[in-house]
Design a protein around this ligand. Structure first.
Ligand SMILES: *Cc1c(COP(=O)(O)O)cnc(C)c1O
Length: 380
């Protein structure tokens, strides 16, 4: 156990422990010692102490992103970095894959930044497949250059996980200069994203999902060639300018005031994640997903996401038994638990069980027992 974790455990003793309550796809429950780390006194962000905190976090984040280059930490949620990636790396035109609500949002963010966004629609419930990427990219290239493609790794609205590695290989084979931008907001920390090995130019995420931190921080890995590309892009803005963030990063700090308390939490949580083991953490999420899928099928439900591409962090259960999701959540609330209704049009037609962050097998079993109890009461 690291010195930091020992100190955090002492601070945590002052706050009441709670059981896993949230089975929603963010925010997720945060461990007591991670919450408690926020209560430490402030320090100046131009101090040696802050620089040490920054350096420690950045090095550990690079491990989690499987990158040797760089990770930026910003005070924003994930959507802020969706916008940053577009503004830094696309001057004119990009290709956006839309297979759910969050890829739809990224498309809209890009369009609202004044970029020309070629849109490739993929049925919701389906993953973005390499063949579809090849076709859409070739079509788009026929009418002009494509500076970047944007894809969501884990569509939180449907529980579909797309094969990002194969997508990146496909893009490189057809158009090597096209950058590959990946939103990994709801999978990062729960499933592998091998930034360098897979040749991903941007991988972005936020703090409050599988990383199990309070909301308020967002992180992205940015490749060298992407940073190079940013130099030639106009209108990058100030706050999220990758070149400015990089200059500060090299001095172990941030251009504007960082969220110091949240970074203290981050340091503790990164130690906890590395203590569990990155591979063990991914394996745990895969087991939780498998267990949830089997539970849903065994209880007369179906799964919304297509087989072979089901998310490791959130399962969307098709409500084939036509239960009231609101009544279910009211029953769960009495035991201090909560799941999510279906997203948007899927409200009541589906419900989502998130198993990300700190969720353990025993937490899921407690949830399933409570849902089964509710289901028994529904029978005539
Ligand atoms: C939650 C989510 C977002 C939005 O992230 P915020 O941190 O709420 O801005 C974007 N993409 C995906 C896939 C998400 O799950």
């Amino acid at each position: 156990m690291s010195e930091l974790l020992r100190e955090a455990a002492v601070q945590a003793a002052a706050i009441p422990a709670h059981r896993q309550r949230l089975f929603i796809p963010g925010p997720t429950d945060v461990a007591a010692e991670v919450l408690a780390a926020q209560t430490a006194p402030m320090i100046g962000h131009r101090s040696d102490e802050f620089e040490a905190l920054f350096a420690r976090c950045e090095a550990q984040l690079r491990q989690l992103f499987f990158t040797k280059t760089r990770v930026f930490t910003v005070v924003a949620s994930g959507t802020g970095l969706q916008e940053a990636a577009v503004r830094n790396l696309v001057e004119h035109r990009m290709l956006s894959f839309v297979n759910g609500a969050f890829s739809q949002r990224w498309h809209d963010v890009a369009a609202s930044c004044g970029k020309q966004v070629v849109r490739a629609d993929i049925p919701w419930n389906s993953a973005v497949k390499p063949e579809q990427v090849a076709n859409a990219l070739q079509d788009a290239l026929a009418t002009g250059p494509v500076e970047a493609i944007a894809v969501v790794h884990n569509e939180t609205s449907t529980g579909v996980m797309s094969p990002v590695r194969e997508i990146a290989d496909t893009v490189r084979a057809i158009s090597p200069e096209t950058l590959v931008l990946v939103d990994a907001v709801s999978s990062f920390g729960g499933a592998r994203l091998a930034t360098d090995d897979w040749g991903l130019d941007v991988v972005l995420t936020s703090s409050q999902k599988a990383l199990a931190l309070p909301p308020g921080l967002a992180f992205c890995a940015v490749s060298d060639r992407a940073l190079q590309r940013a130099r030639a892009v106009s209108g990058r803005g100030w706050y999220f300018d990758f070149l400015r963030l990089e200059k500060s990063r090299q001095q172990q700090t941030t251009p504007a005031t960082p969220a110091i308390s949240l970074m203290r939490s981050l340091a503790v949580q990164l130690d906890r994640i590395l203590e569990e083991g990155i591979e063990q953490r991914f394996a745990r999420h895969a087991r939780l997903a498998d267990r949830t899928q089997r539970w849903a099928l065994a209880n007369g439900f179906e799964l919304m996401a297509e087989a072979g591409y089901r998310s490791h962090t959130v399962t969307t259960v098709t409500n084939t038994r036509a239960i009231s999701v609101n009544a279910l959540n009211a029953a769960l609330a009495r035991q201090e638990m909560e799941i999510s209704n279906g997203y948007g049009d899927y409200k009541d037609k589906a419900f989502r069980i998130a198993h990300m962050g700190e969720v353990q097998e025993s937490d899921l079993e407690r949830l399933f027992a409570a849902i089964e109890h509710f289901l028994t009461g529904q029978k005539q």
